[in-house]
Ligand binder design. Structure first.
Ligand SMILES: *[C@@H]1O[C@H](CO)[C@@H](O)[C@H](O)[C@H]1NC(C)=O
Ligand SMILES: *[C@@H]1O[C@H](CO)[C@@H](O)[C@H](O)[C@H]1NC(C)=O
Length: 336
């Protein structure tokens, strides 16, 4: 009798564990393989074969609770300290329901952006930032039609920008700041989809002109600072650009007449950084109409004329206007 009840008890316990385990067995296997491919980092020590991967204890793993499929839909590998250099684990390809992949701050992550990522046909958010991943921005990204955001900031990527990225139908933004990307911004970047609003390519080795095709975009956040871009940047401005919130073009070789740019008055432009270029002309009067302007720096250019009085423009200190050709008026010395 005692023996029987123990057997029953064991069976009940077994069934309960089996039933309460939400994790899909294939997903669990893929995750355990990822852990192994990264040399079993201590941050992932909570990933244990005998526990449920949908349990919050599994660091950085989330399962799809809304649809009750409980497939792993989000993987966040951040701040892992790897014992030695490893490439991006190819087993990520075995998490077919992944919608969000975030890989960040892993010094010892090296090698190219793994082609296994192309197998993630539901991926919407792809972040690989602050790693030592190198090589080109892969062309296979343009086949991943579900992508909304691609952020590859602060890695060791080189080569040129793939023109085919603009064919992604749902793309909202790309960020490739802080790499070694060279060449020009492709003309095709003017045909990003309608809701595309973030273009940040700062701290690279981009050369040539900003393509005139970008006039078609209505961007909210633009950062092309610290490159070697030259010529006209007025295509980034325009009366019809309703979304513009922040634009940083600092430290390039840009030369154009700032007095001739148009800006939509109604919107909440919060930042305009044009320092260290060869921009000429006057500061446009429309700058006085931005109530939320928090950052402005036009120093080290060839600007001239009186700083328009009003709005927030006198709140910025002299260093934001200094080292121009003949800019004058508060906060700089008066014009006469
Ligand atoms: C990349 O690797 C170099 C050594 O090769 C190391 O000094 C650096 O900290 C690493 N940094 C990042 C963010 O990857
Ligand atoms: C504006 O830019 C110049 C040149 O880079 C810099 O020296 C100055 O500190 C900046 N001003 C502010 C307030 O950031």
């Amino acid at each position: 009798m005692a023996r029987l009840s123990i057997t029953v008890l064991i069976m009940v316990l077994f069934c309960r564990t089996a039933l309460s385990e939400l994790c899909n067995p294939q997903d669990k296997q893929a995750l355990l393989q990822i852990k192994k491919e990264l040399g079993n980092p201590t941050t992932l020590s909570s990933w244990l074969p005998n526990t449920d991967c949908c349990n919050p204890q599994w660091e950085g793993v989330s399962c799809d609770i809304d649809t009750k499929t409980y497939r792993v839909n989000s993987l966040d590998l951040t701040d892992l300290s790897l014992p030695k250099p490893y490439p991006i684990p190819s087993s990520v390809a075995n998490l077919p329901y992944l919608s969000f992949l975030y890989i960040s701050r892993i010094n010892n992550l090296v090698g190219p952006i793994s082609p296994s990522i192309a197998k993630l046909t539901k991926l919407r958010y792809l972040y690989i930032t602050h790693t030592n991943v190198s090589g080109q921005i892969p062309h296979f990204l343009s086949q991943m039609k579900t992508l909304l955001t691609i952020d590859f900031s602060y890695n060791a990527l080189s080569g040129t920008l793939p023109p085919s990225l603009s064919s992604l139908p749902n793309l909202l933004g790309i960020s490739f700041d802080g790499n070694h990307i060279s060449g020009a911004i492709p003309d095709s970047f003017g045909s990003f989809p309608k809701h595309f609003t973030v273009l940040t390519l700062s701290r690279n080795r981009l050369t040539g002109k900003i393509p005139a095709t970008l006039a078609k975009l209505d961007l909210a956040f633009v950062d092309l600072s610290q490159n070697m871009l030259e010529g006209d940047a007025s295509v980034l401005f325009g009366a019809k650009k309703e979304r513009l919130q922040k634009i940083n073009l600092a430290k390039n070789l840009l030369a154009f007449d700032l007095g001739k740019i148009r800006l939509s008055k109604s919107k909440d432009l919060g930042g305009l950084d044009l320092r260290n270029n060869r921009i000429y002309g006057n500061l446009p009067k429309v700058l006085t109409s931005f109530k939320y302007l928090k950052r402005l720096n036009v120093s080290y250019n060839n600007l001239c004329g009186e700083i328009p009085q009003g709005g927030k423009l006198q709140r910025f200190d002299e260093s934001c206007y200094a080292h121009n050709k003949c800019l004058c008026g508060s906060p700089l010395p008066s014009c006469t």
